[in-house]
Ligand binder design. Structure first.
Ligand code: NAG
Ligand code: NAG
Ligand code: NAG
Ligand code: NAG
Ligand code: NAG
Ligand code: NAG
Length: 606
């Protein structure tokens, strides 16, 4: 039995941009200030859009930012303090911004927010998920030098430095009275921000430089706070939101199976050491020097599930990746490494406990990316996970990189069947069922034979029909019922799979440049009867497929599966079992053109 982890490998979709000259890491500790130029403190605002069920009322937002509800309502043009908020409603949060010296040499500009640690919190989680990247975990570490990030206690008060800036004297003279803190989103451009806040691109670039990246905090210079338009209370519904730009912000939580491994191993070490002590009586053994070997031997002889992992030495991985050289980065903190004549993908992560290991122990399937082993570096408290390396990168890159040769319909169909098989496996053959929760083309990896494997199990949930506290997932793929009510079920994966089918058919991205989701378009355009549908589908199909002499009925059939998978009512979406069956029909259809017509539109006619 091989133990697989098929989650979080590489979000490979920037794979082919590695060589472009933008990879130098940006300062993450915060934004410097100079007391000679700015006031030591000022009143400013952060732009904030609530997400997830826990943030959908003013009270929880005002608690989070330690201000009163009225202080948010007034600048945000909200009249009722008690009516609920909708996801991504626009808010201005008042901040008291100060210039603070953190070391003798560094002064950082931020608003000090008191945050009380709750169960499961990490600096990373709170920074990215609660404060939506208005700060970074590195900055939190810098500002709280006395806290041990991996040993937080519930109820502990931590200062979260919310990034902000005060205008300089020169800026004030030029009528710049506020620098609004705004987190740059994936679909943003400098000019879109300028028009949103009534600023200009020149001013924004002057303050922030021109190397602005996604999730950076941008300071938008304005002379007065722009007026926000708020939804009228009656139109609060998903349909209303879906018309708005950027209605779902994808959250990709880095997870920490590592943490679980570490805890397990730590426990085993302690156990083993106590055994040793008993055996050896008073003979002293230096536990430090033995730790690694002990870990390895324990892995080998104690655990049923862990013994199939290979335990790598740090030196081995260091060498394999040329010292974790930037040029060997696949994406983010995932490196390509060469060990014993084979390529691997090596993910570096911090300690961070969670329950994923439970899930991963249960899965083993050819359409799920496989974990080969891991390594724990006790010196810098990092953990490394080593996965099989998939040569052809992500489906996202393969589909949407214009430099790549277009995939044939046959290939696309195979990929769809592979993904469906992988999902069927986790939905049907694990107890309790596993929901991936972040099915998207960048989490589908392709091997040398262009067979697809599902990666990145980072958000996965075990057990069905649960409600969740935190909305995660990716814009353009998230099922509406999950977004609005936090309902977790296998049918949310079915929905996301439907979106991937649309990508395969149309060759277009799940979210277009205007931030509109592909599935919304399907809701709008593909609701007539079959006769009306056919010409519309033809217009939707990727030109590359149309140029092939492939069976249009095969494409139509897959389109009808996609439409069924995207049904608004989760209970009316087909299960992955139905989908695998229907897709294989398409596959037959394509192989044997004489059978054309037998099964088209079967799913639509449901
Ligand atoms: C980034 O950090 C380096 C050194 O730590 C410093 O010299 C530089 O000014 C910083 N850049 C910004 C934009 O704060
Ligand atoms: C601020 O001004 C003082 C004197 O006016 C000078 O000594 C100091 O170096 C300045 N600090 C910075 C960071 O420019
Ligand atoms: C944070 O809260 C604690 C107690 O709740 C208080 O002692 C401390 O002064 C607060 N810190 C700040 C920066 O407000
Ligand atoms: C973790 O925190 C607890 C309580 O704050 C403390 O007693 C313990 O020594 C800490 N452990 C480490 C490894 O820092
Ligand atoms: C506030 O919101 C309402 C309703 O969305 C809008 O009509 C109005 O122009 C906004 N601005 C002010 C200052 O009330
Ligand atoms: C915060 O940034 C991380 C990447 O560093 C991103 O994955 C996450 O979605 C962002 N969070 C929000 C709420 O935008």
């Amino acid at each position: 039995m091989r133990l697989l982890l098929f989650f979080f490998i590489l979000h490979l979709h920037n794979f082919f941009q590695i060589s472009s000259p933008q990879t130098l890491p940006k300062n993450t500790t915060g934004y410097t200030c100079n007391l000679n130029q700015t006031a030591s403190s000022c009143q400013t605002y952060a732009f904030f859009q609530p997400m997830g069920p826990n943030q959908l009322d003013l009270a929880s937002i005002s608690d989070l930012f330690s201000v009163s509800r009225a202080m948010i309502a007034k600048p945000s043009n909200i009249t009722s303090l008690t009516s609920p908020l909708v996801p991504n409603q626009q808010l201005f949060i008042p901040l008291t911004c100060t210039c603070n010296s953190v070391h003798t040499t560094t002064t950082l500009s931020y608003a000090k927010l008191n945050y009380t640690i709750k169960k499961g919190d990490t600096f990373y989680f709170v920074s990215t998920n609660l404060f939506h990247n208005l700060t970074t975990y590195q900055s939190v570490e810098t500002v709280n030098p006395n806290l041990v990030p991996i040993n937080l206690t519930i109820g502990q008060d931590v200062i979260f430095p919310i990034f902000c800036k005060c205008p300089t004297k020169t800026q004030v003279q030029n009528q710049v009275n506020y620098l609004i803190s705004y987190v740059f989103q994936p679909f943003d451009s400098v000019s879109s921000i300028a028009s949103r806040f009534g600023s200009t691109t020149t001013l924004i670039v002057e303050v922030n430089g021109d190397d602005i990246r996604t999730w950076d905090t941008v300071f938008v210079p304005v002379s007065r706070l722009p007026e926000l338009t708020q939804p009228s209370p009656t139109s609060v519904s998903f349909d209303h939101m879906s018309d708005r730009r950027g209605e779902v912000i994808g959250l990709e939580i880095v997870l920490g199976v590592c943490g679980v491994l570490l805890i397990l191993i730590g426990g085993l070490w302690t156990y083993r050491e106590s055994l040793w002590r008993k055996k050896l009586g008073k003979n002293k053994v230096d536990p430090e020097s033995k730790k690694f070997e002990v870990g390895v031997s324990l892995m080998a002889d104690v655990s049923d599930c862990l013994d199939k992992y290979k335990v790598y030495k740090f030196e081995e991985l260091h060498e394999a990746t040329h010292g974790f050289d930037e040029r060997w980065v696949i994406k983010g903190s995932v490196f390509k490494g060469y060990i014993d004549g084979k390529w691997y993908a090596i993910k570096k992560m911090k300690w961070n406990a969670c329950e994923e290991l439970k899930i991963l122990q249960k899965v083993n399937h050819g359409n799920l990316v496989m974990l080969e082993g891991f390594c724990i570096d006790t010196d810098d408290s990092n953990c490394y996970l080593v996965y099989e390396y998939l040569e052809n990168g992500s489906l996202y890159t393969r589909l949407h990189d214009s430099k790549k040769e277009r995939l044939s319909w046959r290939r696309r169909l195979r990929i769809a069947v592979d993904i469906a098989n992988g999902l069927q496996y986790i939905h049907e053959h694990t107890i309790p069922r596993v929901v991936h929760k972040d099915v998207k083309s960048s989490n589908i990896l392709l091997d040398a034979q262009m067979r697809a494997k599902i990666a990145n199990f980072g958000l996965a949930k075990s057990g069905c029909n649960a409600m969740t506290r935190h909305i995660v997932g990716t814009q353009g793929y998230v099922a509406p019922e999950y977004l609005s009510d936090g309902i977790v079920s296998t049918k949310m994966d079915v929905f996301s799979f439907g979106v991937i089918l649309l990508e395969l058919i149309s060759g277009r991205e799940a979210i277009n440049d205007q931030g509109k989701a592909l599935w919304v378009e399907v809701y709008e355009n593909f609701n007539g009867n079959e006769e009306k549908l056919k010409p519309k589908v033809k217009a939707f199909i990727d030109d590359a497929i149309l140029r092939e002499s492939c069976s249009i009925d095969s494409v139509m059939n897959v389109m009808s599966i996609a439409i069924a998978s995207l049904h608004r009512d989760p209970s009316r979406r087909p299960s992955m079992v139905d989908i695998v069956y229907a897709l294989c029909k398409s596959d037959d259809l394509f192989t044997d053109l004489s059978e054309v017509g037998l099964s088209q539109h079967q799913v639509l006619a449901r």
